[in-house]
Design a protein around this ligand. Structure first.
Ligand SMILES: Cc1cc2nc3c(=O)[nH]c(=O)nc-3n(C[C@H](O)[C@H](O)[C@H](O)COP(=O)(O)OP(=O)(O)OC[C@H]3O[C@@H](n4cnc5c(N)ncnc54)[C@H](O)[C@@H]3O)c2cc1C
Length: 406
């Protein structure tokens, strides 16, 4: 089988790219190792442990791709405030949507919900899909790539887009180099029921071991649910995972200073090792990396998939402009335009997260005093905070058309 462009990976980012290309009138084939089916949504079912804080820019992209109604029809929780504080001091900072005249700072959505809303659109849009198609080998064959799937099928294309996640097979098979290092953090994620309402607020406490986030998940039958992301040292994480639910709830409540009262219930816990990874190049002739295949970042600012959606929107825009000019899409000069627009932005975000993480991990008394004073100082600077909020919402910078107000 031959296709002009093959996207490997129909996760949130690969699916968004396929829809964005279709919106621009470009044909592609999307393959995924999974079944690419959409499960009927059951509102009475428990929350998925993996969630994302979607920015305004991501919301706009999903709206333009027709997937946002599918998100809203399932389950999502808007939040309009964010509280961040230092657990070993007095510093705190508060952000609000009102400071930039916005209604929300974003939405907390289960990854499964975003994924299903996108795949539902993919099926409706007539994009070529190949499910249960795990890429196993990949090599050059003339001007094309020859892809071999686990079941032996072969596919040929001049342009491969890697959207196959953090452990990208495409990246490995094509020999793309990365810079990577351990954050020396594992993230425990789960959903919890709290005694008190979350107040449409994303809460984050920096503990001595790492950040602990409580993200609002909505109210079910008068119950107050939050998703938690507890980033901590591997040893501490192992110890926490070994606790029974009751002991874990107690430890969690203490670590969170009981800001939302007692933790009454915890769902199934997942423990995810955190690793920073960044491809040295996002492109080479006939190949581009997007989303987690290009970069993975600490979840403390909830930006990973938001960056991935912007990658997808920019790449679709670059390819559409090139097609309109009659250029060869697989040409490295064309693909480099995508890299030039996205790499500085992604690197800046990763550097900021790295800085935050180091600042809050430090045992130095001087740094602790400085960061507490710094947090309080910045909290008083309304203009600086509004600038930060606009940046985080994706309301400023080099935005692709899909993320702009239409
Ligand atoms: C604890 C935690 C919390 C996070 N919180 C946030 C948040 O609040 N906000 C945010 O923006 N981001 C967040 N992130 C990051 C976000 O989850 C990722 O950036 C996002 O899931 C990456 O999406 P993706 O589509 O690039 O990759 P993936 O979701 O990994 O999708 C990859 C797809 O490729 C397919 N695939 C893989 N290998 C092959 C192969 N060989 N052949 C065919 N198909 C293949 C897989 O089946 C999958 O469908 C968080 C991450 C973590 C770990």
């Amino acid at each position: 089988m031959r296709a002009d462009l093959i996207i490997v990976g129909a996760g949130m980012v690969g699916s968004a790219l396929a829809l964005a290309l279709r919106e621009q009138g470009l044909e592609c084939l999307v393959l995924d190792g999974g079944p690419m089916t959409v499960e009927p949504f059951d509102a009475s079912a428990g929350y998925e442990p993996r969630v994302s804080a979607l920015s305004m820019a991501s919301q706009r992209i999903l709206e333009r791709l027709g997937a946002w109604p599918g998100v809203l029809a399932r389950r999502s929780c808007p939040y309009s405030e964010m509280h961040v504080w230092d657990g070993s001091g007095t510093g705190n900072i508060h952000f609000s949507a009102g400071s930039v005249h916005a209604l929300t700072l974003g939405h907390i959505v289960e990854n499964r919900v975003v994924q299903d809303a996108l795949v539902e659109r993919l099926h409706a849009s007539g994009v070529g899909l190949l499910a249960d198609a795990r890429l196993e080998r990949m090599r050059h064959s003339g001007d094309d790539w020859l892809l071999t799937l686990a079941d032996g099928r072969e596919l040929r294309t001049p342009l491969v887009i890697a959207a196959d996640g953090a452990n990208s097979a495409v990246r490995r098979l094509a020999g793309c180099e990365t810079r990577e290092w351990d954050y020396l953090h594992h993230a425990i994620v789960t959903s919890v029921r709290c005694a008190e309402a979350h107040q449409a607020t994303a809460w984050q406490r920096f503990t001595d071991e790492g950040p602990l986030a409580f993200l609002p998940l909505g109210e079910r039958d008068g119950e107050h649910w939050c998703s938690i992301v507890w980033s901590t040292t591997p040893d501490h994480a192992t110890g926490l995972m070994a606790l029974d639910d009751q002991a874990f709830s107690t430890a969690l409540g203490q670590a969170f200073e009981h800001r939302l009262g007692q933790v009454l219930h915890v769902d199934r816990r997942l423990c995810i090792p955190l690793r920073q990874r960044h491809a040295k190049r996002y492109v080479e002739p006939g190949l581009a990396l997007i989303g987690d295949a290009a970069h993975t970042i600490h979840p403390l600012a909830g930006q990973g998939v938001n960056l991935g959606f912007l990658d997808a929107a920019v790449l679709a825009e670059v390819l559409a402009q090139a097609a309109a000019r009659g250029e060869r899409l697989a040409d490295e000069r064309v693909l480099s335009r995508y890299e030039r627009r996205r790499m500085p932005h992604n690197l800046a975000m990763m550097a900021a997260m790295e800085g935050f993480q180091r600042l809050f991990q430090s045992d130095s008394l001087t740094l602790r005093l400085a960061r507490n004073a710094g947090l309080d100082l910045v909290d008083g600077l309304e203009d600086a905070k509004a600038l930060f909020v606009r940046q985080a919402l994706g309301l400023s910078g080099d935005l692709p058309d899909l993320a702009k107000v239409s």
